[in-house]
Design a protein around this ligand. Sequence first.
Ligand code: SAH
Ligand code: F3S
Length: 477
Amino acid sequence: MEKTIDQKVQGNALNITPKKNNTRKLFIESYGCAMNFSDSEIVASILSEQGFNTTQVLEEADLVLVNTCSIRDKAEQTVRKRLEKYNAVKRDINPKMKVGVLGCMAERLKEKFLDEEKIVDMVVGPDAYKDLPNLLAEVEAGNDAVNVILSKEETYGDISPVRLNTNGINALVSITRGCDNMCTFCVVPFTRGRERSRDPKSILEEINNLANTGYKEVTLLGQNVDSYLWYGGGLKKDFKTATEMEKATATSFSQLLDLVALAQPEMRIRFSTSNPQDMTEEVFHVMAKHKNICKHVHLPVQSGSNRILKEMNRQHTVEEYLTLVNKMWEILPEASISQDMIIGFPSETEQDHQDTLALMEEVKFAFGYMYKYSERPGTMAARKFEDDIPEATKKRRLQDVVDQQRKNGAYRTQQFVGKVTEILVEKESKKNPDQWSGRNEQSIVAVFPKGNYKPGDFVQVKINSCTSATLIGEAVV
Ligand code: SAH
Ligand code: F3S
């Protein structure tokens, strides 16, 4: 098994409060990033108006949708395998079943999907979900249906998501869509289109509704949350060329964060993902101002080599990254930081690799997600560079980086031993049914004996020991 620690989960979804009169069954499965999981909730909401409730039983589904990820080749292969499985079910058990592909692979492969995968009836890109009722009608009329048009406006701000597989405690709220950054390795700007920000009013409304239904924590989501800028809709504008009126009425990410934290002071607020080039000091000040904004920043750096960062078109140097991180610790001494790394980018030398390890040693990230470089067709890196690092070298370097992270993670968790930290109880511990599992505001997982506590409680937990990624403790009564 590859030693990548992977934040990206997968799962099929069930809505907890199905509509009584709905008779059709939707099986929806999501792969990839949190944004895909959030999008599936939007899709479930649109389809619930079309008579669909979700099911977790594939064999009984009238419609199967798979929300796909293109970020690495491996992610695409996983989806292909699932399509084989749907094919078998359709052939042997449920011939009337219809199958649709959503998300980034749909956008990347477009009509080609229909030829490559005969099972697929419908291909729907990330900005076309409102067209699902029409596409479904096409499919029911016996035609293939494709909509992969990317939008300059769509944020789904007017759709109230159906919460899928929810624990009723943590929710995802998307605030931007798309990405304008064009990192050379990344397929996202091609599959999710240009960057758009969502109306702060609709964001606040969604969060207020979540609070009213008992949710305790929201994560504001975007490919690059720090570049959130609301001008009244449409594509992101350059602040420098905006009119005085626009400047006076615009909402930046730090302002949005401030508004959200003020609106729901009892709720924990998180956000992801931050990009070093767009993160401002102002955000740290807003985090410091509000007790309920979790003191954790997911700040992917990808490499510790300036030469590689340049080839990746990341718009900052290692030194600038460190300046930003040190600024954060000046303002927020208790904050934690986590990373994403790409190992074996074209032309990466042993020295570049050592530079990555050195940066990790310096920052001591609390946790991180580490990937071998995977060439994505159509990206600038695929066009300009040869994928020239041998697989065995990538594997070895990945192992070095994972080992380094484990060591740094252990250093960070060790800092909590002997201290009391507040945990929001999320679920039962996988390893021990007598224990709860939750996270502290630094986003570090903790487990402790259940006692009389229940999911959704904020509990003061005294930490007695730790592993490199988990705190082990007991509730302080
Ligand atoms: N800003 C985004 C980043 C999207 S991709 C976010 O919200 O998370 C998530 C991570 O996948 C990136 O930070 C990068 O580390 C990794 N990644 C992206 N493209 C990749 C590729 N071609 N090969 C390997 N890893 C990649
Ligand atoms: Fe991808 Fe870079 Fe945007 S990693 S999502 S192009 S910030």
